[in-house]
Ligand binder design. Structure first.
Ligand SMILES: O=C(O)C1=C[C@@H](OP(=O)(O)O)[C@@H](O)[C@H](O)C1
Ligand SMILES: C=C(OP(=O)(O)O)C(=O)O
Length: 410
């Protein structure tokens, strides 16, 4: 699906939008429900990634295809490996077969798992024969993806002696690890995380527990961007959010303060308000704790005509696409002065070219499409394969229409 996108120009925005549950919290909660069926879940994510997770958890034999969902790939690997009677081949999209899984497979094998590579060593598809994992201690590199760590932590309470994890190297995406531990604590599992050691204690059964998933902060980032580009006085109310979030991307509330956006927490909503025009020439953020909002911030800065230096982005190369290269290619189309390395992105203040025929390519990456969306408030353009948004946010284009964007299928 190709879209023509035109943003609202010089209008005061005032809209309420409801966003569904965080896909990260949802996929963790679903896995925990697989282990402890007396968990119920409220405000599930309506994303493709949550749907493939839900389906995957029901399969015991045969092929499990999780498409583009990194969390489903990594979390189901741990789950299947630890469940007796499972015999599956776990695979995904072409891109998923290029996203490494070796760190997790090595750790699970160390715990006693039976996993083999179907094609290329270190990458999906993998054949998993589930069994009772006998060991309870393992160390693994922590600088590639936190999802490997979360996968092990999620199955940890079901292991005979729980799990002791030693994390090697600089730990990346830490808030996602803490989110996993936070959810374990909510269902009554004891955990500890000190320096590079994580411990999860075993739990045979839990009390019936309802997990209420907070709405998705990464999805909220696109509205922060819209408000940052809107007229002073504009506001958007997003539900359902809370101040003590498990999601690291809630750091958006601080970051977008720099762009003149205030965040008020009121009755399960966040109210984003443009309170001032951004006076900064350049911003500098280290985002290894919030990698998923890097693209949003880069486009916001470009649209505002300010520079940015974003660091800590070493994980972006192995996500849905090589996000740093993709950002460079697409922002260059609009005239950006951008450079990237394998772990950072630098944008110098530059003017947006007024060429209305530009087509933004999306590389099977929902965040490429959504991060560029707000830029339509400055110039019209086309978005190729716009359906990619369904990976995390199927209603994204409909919600942009609520903000007076003109979204035309062409
Ligand atoms: O655990 C999670 O839910 C996630 C962890 C992060 O991945 P990495 O740890 O690979 O950076 C993040 O980018 C991804 O969207 C979701
Ligand atoms: C990186 C992402 O997802 P995943 O790794 O779960 O595919 C994302 O949603 O930005």
């Amino acid at each position: 699906m190709k879209l023509r996108l035109t943003g609202p120009l010089n209008t005061l925005l005032k809209t309420d939008i409801r966003i569904t549950g965080s896909k990260s919290e949802t996929n963790r909660s679903l896995l925990l429900q697989g282990l402890f069926p007396n968990i119920s879940i409220e405000n599930l994510s309506n994303s493709d990634d949550a749907q493939v997770m839900q389906k995957g958890l029901k399969i015991k034999n045969g092929l499990v295809d999780i498409h583009h969902a990194g969390t489903a790939m990594r979390f189901l690997t741990g789950y299947f490996a630890s469940q007796e009677g499972i015999d599956v081949i776990l695979t995904g999209s072409q891109r998923m077969t290029e996203r490494p899984i070796k760190v997790l497979v090595d750790a699970l094998r160390e715990l006693g798992a039976d996993i083999d590579y179907e094609n290329v060593e270190g990458y999906p598809p993998i054949r998993i024969k589930g069994k009772k994992l006998s060991k309870g201690k393992v160390s693994l590199p922590a600088d590639i993806s936190s999802q490997y760590i979360s996968s092990l932590l999620l199955i940890a309470p079901s292991l005979q002696n729980g799990l002791e994890l030693e994390l090697i190297g600089k730990i990346t995406s830490v808030p996602y690890i803490k989110m996993t531990l936070g959810l374990l604590e909510r269902i009554g599992v004891s955990t500890s995380f000190e320096e590079n050691m994580i411990r999860v204690f075993p739990k045979r059964a839990i009390e019936p527990t309802e997990l209420i998933v907070e709405s998705d902060w990464s999805s909220a980032s696109y509205f922060y961007s819209v408000i940052a580009l809107a007229e002073v006085g504009s506001e958007i109310s997003l539900s359902a959010y809370k101040k003590d979030s498990l999601q690291g991307d809630s750091v958006l509330a601080n970051i977008y303060g720099d762009f003149g956006v205030s965040t008020e927490y009121r009755d399960h909503c966040i109210i984003l308000k443009k309170v001032a025009n951004c006076q900064l020439q350049k911003v500098d953020y280290r985002l290894d704790n919030a990698p998923d909002i890097a693209q949003t911030i880069a486009v916001t800065c470009f649209a505002l005509g300010i520079g940015c230096h974003l660091t800590g982005l070493h994980t972006l190369k192995i996500k849905e696409t090589d996000r740093l290269e993709a950002m460079k290619t697409e922002l260059l189309k609009f005239g950006a002065d951008i450079s990237v390395s394998d772990k950072d992105l630098t944008l110098k203040p530059s003017k947006i070219w007024s060429d209305h025929q530009i087509e933004v390519d999306t590389y099977n990456d929902h965040r490429m499409a959504m991060a560029f969306g707000p830029l339509a408030m400055k110039t019209s353009f086309y978005v190729n394969n716009a359906e990619v948004v369904s990976k995390s946010y199927p209603d994204f284009w409909k919600d942009l229409e609520k903000l007076k964007f003109v979204v035309q299928e062409v």
